[in-house]
Design a protein around this ligand. Structure first.
Ligand SMILES: [Zn+2]
Length: 68
């Protein structure tokens, strides 16, 4: 996919985002079977032309945990 900001195709996909730990990588939180709190890692995509970053997750079908 081209850069959504500058339309460049010079985009590096599937870039690792650091932080967190093995059990809870930097990501967004979901619950599994209403018991376990887990984290879906955020994946980065970097445009080498304008420097913008797009963030996404691999698995979208989660029971995302929202702020109350
Ligand atoms: Zn760009």
């Amino acid at each position: 996919m081209d850069c959504i900001y500058c339309k460049s195709s010079n985009v590096i996909k599937n870039v690792i985002i650091t932080g967190g730990n093995h059990m809870h990588p930097t990501g967004i939180v979901y619950t599994e079977r209403k018991i376990w709190t887990k984290t879906e890692p955020i994946i980065g995509e970097v445009c080498k032309d304008c420097g913008s970053i797009r963030l996404y997750v691999q698995n979208t079908n989660r029971n995302w945990k929202q702020h109350k």
